[in-house]
Design a protein around this ligand. Structure first.
Ligand SMILES: Nc1ncnc2c1ncn2[C@@H]1O[C@H](COP(=O)(O)OP(=O)(O)OP(=O)(O)O)[C@@H](O)[C@H]1O
Ligand SMILES: [Mg+2]
Length: 252
């Protein structure tokens, strides 16, 4: 299963993805997280200390250029890089969860032909997973990345939305763009939901109820402040990750 997460800035995408990774791991899945945010934040969230040891794919330009068959003097890359072995080289593991960091994606005028983008696209479309493997893709906020078509290979897009008008507006825009780019399944996930009023607001404004609701949690807030990895928390913060995993599996 390949799952991507999107939503307005700061709504909790990375937090929810880390909690989701933890839940999948608990249920015996092999989890690979790909942090495709140009300002990657997942490593800290899952407690990887040796952040400087992570080789972002974007830094391996030479290798990628060779793989993607860049023609000298041409701004275009042939979309045929072989990437299977890259997966191993660029992965770092912590508490049974593997992480890859894409690095900065440059948006050139008229679209992005940068090799790391090509590699990510290829990885998501060609990577064959066994039923026990899950790939989780954390992305930058907003809608720009959808225009690059990078997430075309994902099975399910989760759009995180908090009970605010601006967050809903972005979520609806993302849903439309994602549907236009052919992503088979798209679902809303509520975050920072405090009460029934928040739930009602989200359901009305989105036109459908989010498939899972994450509460506004002081445990999550404190964990972030104290640098405590969300993937190592013993105390169960919420049943939302469990519910979300069940939903994702039933929709698969
Ligand atoms: N359910 C929650 N309860 C309490 N705090 C939360 C919750 N979800 C997220 N937060 C806090 O909100 C902040 C933003 O969360 P996070 O970094 O996950 O958002 P994001 O959408 O990934 O942001 P960005 O757009 O910058 O990537 C963090 O400090 C996080 O700890
Ligand atoms: Mg984030």
């Amino acid at each position: 299963m390949k799952i991507a997460i999107s939503g307005k800035g700061g709504v909790g995408k990375t937090t929810i993805m880390a909690l989701l990774a933890n839940q999948f791991k608990k249920e015996g899945k092999e989890v690979l997280i790909i942090d495709a945010d140009p300002s990657p934040h997942m490593a800290q969230t899952i407690g990887i200390k040796a952040i400087d040891k992570i080789k972002p794919i974007a830094e391996m330009t030479q290798l990628l250029v060779e793989r993607s068959g860049k023609v000298e003097g041409s701004p275009f890359y042939q979309i045929n890089p072989k990437v299977d072995d890259l997966l191993q080289k660029f992965m770092i593991e912590q508490d049974g969860i593997r992480l890859m960091v894409l690095g900065a994606i440059q948006t050139a005028e008229g679209g992005c032909a940068c090799p790391e983008n090509t590699v990510l696209k290829r990885m998501l479309t060609k990577l064959l997973l066994s039923p026990t493997q899950v790939v989780l893709l954390d992305m930058e906020a907003g809608v720009e990345h959808l225009g690059r078509g990078t997430i075309a290979g994902v099975d399910h897009l989760l759009i995180v939305v908090i009970p605010s008008k601006s967050s809903v507006r972005t979520a609806l825009k993302i849903k439309k763009l994602a549907a236009d780019s052919g992503i088979p399944k798209i679902s809303f996930v509520g975050n920072l939901v405090q009460d029934e009023d928040d739930e009602d607001f989200l359901e009305k404004a989105l036109g459908e109820a989010p498939v899972s609701l994450f509460p506004d949690s002081s445990v999550i807030r404190k964990a972030e402040r104290n640098g405590q990895p969300l993937t190592r928390m013993t105390e169960q913060v919420t049943e939302a990750p469990e519910k979300l995993v069940k939903f994702l599996q039933s929709a698969d």
